[in-house]
Write a protein that binds this ligand. Structure first.
Ligand code: PFF
Length: 440
């Protein structure tokens, strides 16, 4: 893949963008964030933030990328010469590196689970997943090794540029993932006492309605849509200028919400039915999903397939993160992708080691009352992504002339006006208010 390849087809682009969006954010982070922030109110705010703010910004990123046809930094320099807008590319570069540093830790957990599930199913033993999770995340060697293995998978894909492989594989894996979730949902919802989980998800407890929850929901919407860090700008730069973008962006947003809700519908009924607490934090999906599988015939076998799919969803997101860094690293050149991939992957891996150890060896180290892992997650999703998204919307809202944005969006006048008002006023205002409220 030279840096100026193009996607083979529109569906290929949508799948790659959806692949970048749908990942740990929807399946792992969304349920545990909802679990620790009051359930229904968080879910409602997340959906609102996705549709009203996230989607218009996703469209903005597609626009900037497709128009620039270059890596994010050069894309801004080309479209806005002599201005500081290219800093959005820098924010993206740093944020993507930081996100991948902890993302690869969770990717490592999945690999560890997968190997353990395989060995255990071979010996026919059953597993205690709560203990297994604590075991894995606190074992320094296992976790660092798995993190390295996950980075290696990601880097091999990015350096080889098997976009077509990803496109083809996504076509099979994403529908399969949906199917599995539906199967799991049916099992979960038919457990005794499952309705309490549904209530937790859909009956609002308004005491959670505050600026902190809103900030977290907005951060989650940005994180799971992959916006604010130039990743979608980078992907769209491989998109042919002819393609329609509003429809593609809506598809991505809808699929992402659907998988998030489905993940919640699998996890929360089981949480309540099996007597767990929804406030378990990062371990929630890792403990609950296997627990639901245990209630199914051939559960061990399906669990392995499920983890393979989860690994796939995680890898397609990690690829997007590394792609931003590599695309910027090689800039306008078309060679050097291989070297850049290895170099940046190595740097990001090292950067991630403290996060990996923050559940064991470094569990006593806290920054602003958070573990290292949580801290990196918090500053990237709750600050860097909103700030990146803020400037992205200001750029298309004000730097682009209306003629440019109208012809780029190429949609009905009504939709165009709604979109323009959001990127000009609503999104910037909402992001600024939420940022200020959360800072004090
Ligand atoms: N959207 C991904 C997820 O929800 O798992 C995470 C992510 C990928 C964020 C790529 C940012 C990004 F550029």
């Amino acid at each position: 893949m030279s840096s100026r390849d193009q996607f083979a087809s529109k569906i290929g682009f949508i799948l790659a963008a959806a692949g970048s969006a749908i990942g740990l954010g929807a399946i792992w982070k969304f349920p545990y964030m909802a679990g620790t922030n009051g359930g229904s109110v968080f879910i409602l705010l997340f959906i609102l933030c996705t549709v009203i703010i996230g989607l218009p910004i996703l469209i903005a990123e597609f626009m900037i990328g497709r128009r620039g046809q270059l890596d994010p930094i050069h894309s801004f320099k080309k479209q806005a010469p002599g201005t500081p807008w290219f800093m959005i590319g820098w924010i993206g570069l740093i944020a993507c590196g930081l996100i991948l540093s902890f993302y690869s830790v969770v990717g490592g957990w999945i690999l560890s689970y997968l190997t353990r599930a395989l060995t255990f199913s071979l010996t026919g033993q059953s597993l205690d997943f709560a203990t297994l999770f604590t075991d894995i995340i606190s074992n320094p060697w296992e976790i660092i090794l798995s993190q390295a293995a996950f980075m290696l998978i990601t880097l091999l894909i990015v350096q080889a540029g098997i976009k077509r492989g990803i496109e083809v594989a996504s076509k099979w894996m994403m529908p399969l993932l949906f199917l599995f979730f539906i199967l799991l949902f049916i099992r979960s919802i038919t457990l005794d006492g499952a309705m309490a989980g549904i209530e937790f998800m859909f009956v609002p407890d308004w005491s959670y309605l505050n600026a902190e929850t809103l900030l977290l929901a907005l951060g989650q919407a940005f994180f799971s849509l992959s916006v604010g860090v130039a990743a979608m700008i980078t992907y769209a730069s491989y998109l042919s200028p002819k393609e329609q973008i509003a429809g593609s962006a809506s598809n991505v947003a809808v699929m992402n919400i659907a998988i998030s809700i489905l993940a919640g519908l699998v996890i929360f009924p089981a949480v309540f039915a099996l007597g767990y607490s929804p406030e378990q934090g990062p371990g929630l999906a890792f403990i609950m999903i296997p627990a639901v599988f245990e209630q199914l015939p051939m559960g061990g076998f399906f669990l392995i397939i499920f983890f393979i799919l989860l690994l796939f969803a995680t890898t397609t997101s990690a690829i997007a993160l590394l792609e931003v860094v590599v695309a910027i690293g090689i800039g306008r050149k078309t060679e050097g992708r291989k070297k850049a991939s290895w170099l940046f992957a190595a740097i990001i891996f090292i950067l991630g080691v403290p996060s990996a150890l923050s559940f064991g060896l470094l569990s006593d180290v806290t920054i602003l009352d958070r573990s290292i892992f949580d801290f990196v997650d918090y500053i990237t999703s709750s600050f860097m992504m909103p700030i990146g998204a803020l400037f992205t919307s200001l750029f298309v809202g004000y730097y682009y002339t209306k003629d440019i944005s109208r012809s780029e969006l190429n949609t009905s006048p009504v939709i165009y006006h709604i979109w323009l008002n959001i990127v000009r006023y609503l999104a910037p205002l909402a992001i600024i208010i939420i940022l200020i409220r959360s800072a004090f």
